[in-house]
Design a protein around this ligand. Structure first.
Ligand SMILES: Cc1cc2nc3c(=O)[nH]c(=O)nc-3n(C[C@H](O)[C@H](O)[C@H](O)COP(=O)(O)OP(=O)(O)OC[C@H]3O[C@@H](n4cnc5c(N)ncnc54)[C@H](O)[C@@H]3O)c2cc1C
Length: 419
């Protein structure tokens, strides 16, 4: 078995294959230090934790992860909290940084005798429709190499070789650009509230998500095309304070910004998640916007399904699991996509939904101005369109139901944590 990519999908899969006695190698483009320090996800849903526990992969997160069960919505009119752990299905998250999970999974795999080739970039998967697919690789010294196996698992993300190697027409791709961009930040600062914070503001969305006792993730909605380094740290903190209502609820705890990146909110889904002996999992199978923190959770779920199906195929000569793999995953993927889109619609002012060109530096209005100055577009000149005013009223109604209706809160809690 050849596994492309040492992210959550590839490493969960590789561990589960090794546990079944299936010989596999993981080919990873980056070096080990990069893989173990790349900060991305942090919220692992109860379902994900159960999968990891079931296979003895949860020791680190049980020791160092923090159970999380509350989110807080703030608007210019007020705020409300949802203790989602006490609503709906009563499930919670464990906050555990993705890079720590990846480190744990790597240590477990290598410790059990698994082989990972770092700095080995897959360039192409060939003969996926034959019996012995081949992966062409560029090794760290630039030399080409080839690996041949019975199956190839494409867990190498949205820009990986697995996707690139799919022949035209082999799979369908459904894609959406949500027209929203976030400046994703990691701050060397303790969390400022004991909840996930969602600030819905006329200047744009702002998010607060705990990571560890000393590191917090923040998001600021910015105009499409805004360079990640165009905001000073002071401006970032001022804007976060403004959108999260520091005057009413107290300022955020500031700290050095240690990482910043622009995240254009996009989603896509491939169908089927298989071409011959090339199987796709994780972001390689479906990209999901981080608005509802589903990506890493889907990656783990798909890896477990794929490991079971591959075990059946390789050890019991039973291909039924592989035949059913794609449809099983896609049911979860589309549920997650639907909820992520719902969150996007809840969190963003529709007048800022532009996929097109944005202003050169994002929000430019003075702090404290009342107009929507975040994303730019035609409405910035003429004011919000009739349609976006209508959509905004729908959004406010959605927020009001979430604040007041127990049924809506139960629904939200179930979908927020569930897959
Ligand atoms: C800012 C941000 C915040 C997020 N927050 C959350 C969250 O809170 N909860 C959540 O569930 N999800 C979250 N996500 C999504 C989550 O991080 C991804 O869905 C998850 O990383 C997918 O795992 P994966 O293993 O499929 O892919 P990846 O983690 O992308 O791993 C793919 C691996 O393949 C390697 N690779 C790529 N190309 C090649 C190649 N050609 N050859 C060999 N190796 C290759 C890469 O180096 C990488 O190591 C977030 C994402 C972002 C960007």
């Amino acid at each position: 078995m050849i596994v492309l990519g040492a992210g959550p999908a590839g490493l969960v899969l590789a561990n589960l294959l090794l546990d079944q006695g299936i010989d596999c190698v993981v080919l990873e483009r980056a070096d080990r230090a990069h893989v173990e320090t790349r900060a991305r996800a942090g919220f692992l849903a109860a379902h994900t934790v159960r999968i990891l526990e079931r296979h003895g992969l949860a020791d680190g997160l049980r020791l160092r992860g923090k159970v999380h069960s509350t989110c807080e919505f703030r608007t210019e009119e007020g705020r409300f909290r949802l203790d989602y752990g006490a609503l709906g299905s009563g499930e919670t998250h464990v906050v555990y940084p993705q890079q720590d999970l990846v480190s744990d999974l790597l240590a477990r795999f290598v410790g059990a005798g698994g082989q990972v080739r770092f700095s080995a970039e897959a360039t192409e998967v060939r003969d996926a429709d034959g019996d012995r697919p081949t992966v062409h690789v560029r090794e760290s010294d630039g030399r080409p190499a080839r690996w041949q196996g019975r199956y190839v698992a494409g867990c190498d993300g949205r820009h990986g070789a697995a996707r690139r190697s799919l022949p035209p027409g082999a799979v369908r791709r459904r894609h959406i650009d949500h027209g929203i961009s976030w400046l994703g930040l990691l701050a060397e600062a303790p969390p400022s509230l004991d909840a996930v914070g969602y600030a819905v503001h006329a200047r744009g969305f702002a998010g607060h998500m705990a990571r560890t006792d000393t590191i917090t993730r923040y998001y600021l909605q910015v105009a499409r095309g805004t360079p990640a380094d165009s905001w000073s740290e002071e401006r970032i903190w001022d804007e976060l304070d403004l959108r999260t209502g520091a005057k009413e609820y107290g300022p955020l705890t500031r700290g050095r910004i240690v990482e910043r990146a622009i995240v254009d909110l996009e989603s896509d889904v491939l169908d089927p998640l298989r071409h011959g002996r090339l199987l796709l999992a994780g972001d390689a199978a479906a990209l999901i916007s981080p608005s509802a923190a589903k990506g890493a959770n889907l990656a783990v779920l798909e890896a477990e399904l794929l490991a079971g199906a591959l075990g059946d195929a390789l050890q019991r000569n039973d291909g039924a699991g592989l035949d059913a793999y794609s449809a099983k995953c896609l049911a979860h993927v589309w549920r997650a996509q639907e909820f992520s889109r719902w969150m996007i619609e809840l969190l963003h002012d529709p007048s800022g939904w532009h996929g097109g060109p944005a202003g050169p530096t994002g929000p430019t209005g003075p702090i404290g101005s009342t107009g929507p100055i975040g994303p730019t577009g035609p409405e910035d000149v003429d004011g919000p369109s009739e349609e976006s005013l209508f959509l905004d009223s729908l959004r406010r109604s959605r927020l009001a139901s979430l604040a007041t209706s127990r049924r809506q809160q139960d629904w939200f809690a179930t979908r927020y944590v569930g897959l």
